[in-house]
Design a protein around this ligand. Structure first.
Ligand SMILES: *Cc1c(COP(=O)(O)O)cnc(C)c1O
Length: 471
């Protein structure tokens, strides 16, 4: 860089602390104990260089000419602390979700059950991932999870990959690459996070054969599109999107009949899907996986961390020959999951097997809470905040959100705690919450912080009230 130092800069640049001086400061000692000497030296260099540039380049920098050496060192320490704090904020860490969005993709989707958390910790050491304890020989990875999945969905076999996008990709690639897949135009959706059905299809090597129109597709549309290159009939759940009004779509049972007649396998991407009927929670649109299998789908994919309430994974269930073909494919070796995911998933599926899922799985507990229960919890909780005179609390009915690209038109009724801070704007208040320990992630509604306890576990309530009382 050209030298832009002017004479008036010289006097202040001479006061700039050396990297060594900054390294000896109290802040540096703390940063080093947390992150090591190498990291500290790099950070200190960047801070001093940043200050040097600020002095030279910014006309109105806040380094008044009368700054002393001590002032500049203090400033450098502040910058170093800020630099370090920024780094700490991007560390993966627990947050409290008061947004009322249950499957919050930005916040890690489904929070795991206590049993799933314990299972992950246990599997973190040596475990029988690919070892058969009974025979003392090598065993197959994922046997238990595959078995539980098959049993719970009535499918012949099952398989787990990294996420539902991977599941869709591997199904399309293994069953249809080089051929055509017939899909309704009403199902060519973008789920979010860059999952677009036509793009996944193109990547998989299969050719998309669109049929019907955006709002209406009939069985004859599929029938007429079948040709010698057709490899698969596919039904994709529209997830975060609904078409209303003059509409028609073809159900799995009807498609299965055509699939059998023409001897072309039927694939359903259920997205979130449900292990049992969720209509008592108002969720009437989620495919029940066992129903899809029973109705004749040959292979079905769904997510492990949406309404199933487990860890990130893509679950594939279906006919034995199909699952076995996928299992033997190189892509499966590439897309398979690790022992921690299997541990969490097994524990989650076991809760469904025991029929204790509604008591154990956080996502289901959150769905099951009634507006009346939430009203009681919220009133109770608001009472505990009264000792912070800065908080002006009121409660009001509101809506929670399912999230995760599921059920866009289902908004369970909830009781919101709306808080205004006497001394802070809503934006500042929201930032304070985000910067607290643990960070609290909240929505702003009409200049107030809105707290929806639906997504806060009872165990987290104490932490949340401690944070709120301190602001
Ligand atoms: C969510 C969803 C996906 C992607 O699932 P991920 O687990 O996020 O990879 C694919 N298809 C449908 C229909 C979905 O709803």
């Amino acid at each position: 860089m050209e030298n832009r130092e002017k004479p008036e800069h010289q006097s202040i640049l001479r006061l700039l602390p050396s990297v060594d001086a900054l390294l000896r400061s109290e802040t540096a000692v703390r940063v080093q104990s947390e992150s090591g000497a190498k990291y500290l030296t790099g950070a200190a260099r960047q801070v001093v260089e940043m200050m040097r540039r600020e002095i030279i380049e910014k006309e109105n920098n806040n380094f008044a000419a009368e700054s002393s050496r001590a002032d500049l060192l203090a400033k450098a320490e502040n910058y170093l602390a800020e630099f370090h704090q920024k780094e700490e904020k991007i560390k993966l860490q627990k947050v409290i979700n008061v947004t009322g969005v249950i499957v919050h993709t930005n916040l890690g989707r489904a929070p795991l059950s206590e049993n799933a958390r314990r299972a992950m910790v246990e599997a973190a050491g040596y475990c029988n991932l690919e070892y058969d304890i009974e025979n003392g020989k090598r065993g197959r990875r994922g046997r238990r999870a595959d078995k539980l999945l098959a049993n719970l969905t009535g499918a012949e076999d099952a398989l787990v990959v990294n996420n539902c996008a991977a599941a869709a990709f591997i199904v399309l690639n293994v069953l249809a690459a080089g051929g055509e897949v017939i899909v309704s135009r009403g199902e060519l959706v973008e789920i979010g996070g860059d999952f677009r059905v036509p793009d996944v299809m193109a990547q998989s090597g299969a050719t998309l054969r669109e049929v019907g129109t955006t709002n209406r597709t009939k069985i004859s549309d599929y029938e007429n599109a079948i040709g010698e290159n057709t490899r698969l009939l596919a039904k994709i759940h529209p997830s975060n999107f609904r078409i209303k009004g003059f509409t028609k779509s073809v159900g799995i049972a009807e498609l299965a009949k055509l699939s059998r007649e023409r001897n072309i396998p039927l694939y359903e991407d259920a997205g979130s899907g449900a292990i049992f009927d969720f209509s008592k929670y108002g969720l009437t649109d989620e495919p029940i996986i066992s129903k899809s299998i029973e109705s004749g789908a040959d292979v079905v994919t769904f997510s492990g961390d949406k309404l199933l309430g487990g860890a990130q994974s893509g679950l594939i269930v279906g006919r034995r020959e199909i699952i076995e073909k996928i299992r033997k494919h190189t892509l499966y070796r590439i897309l398979r999951v690790n022992k921690l995911i299997y541990a969490a998933l097994e524990a989650t599926l076991e809760a469904f097997q025991r029929e204790t899922a509604e008591r154990e799985i956080p996502v289901l507990q959150m769905l099951a809470q009634t507006a009346e229960q939430l009203k009681k919890r919220t009133e109770n909780f608001a009472g505990k905040l009264s000792e912070n005179a800065n908080l002006l609390c009121e409660i009001a009915w509101g809506k929670s959100v399912i999230g995760g690209g599921s059920a866009p038109d289902v908004e369970p009724e909830t009781m919101l705690l709306l808080i205004r801070h006497q001394k802070l704007t809503a934006e500042k208040f929201e930032r304070e919450l985000r910067f607290s320990d643990p960070p609290v992630i909240a929505r702003i509604l009409a200049d107030k912080i809105a707290i929806d306890l639906r997504t806060v576990s009872e165990a987290e309530e104490a932490e949340l009230s401690r944070v709120l009382r301190k602001i």
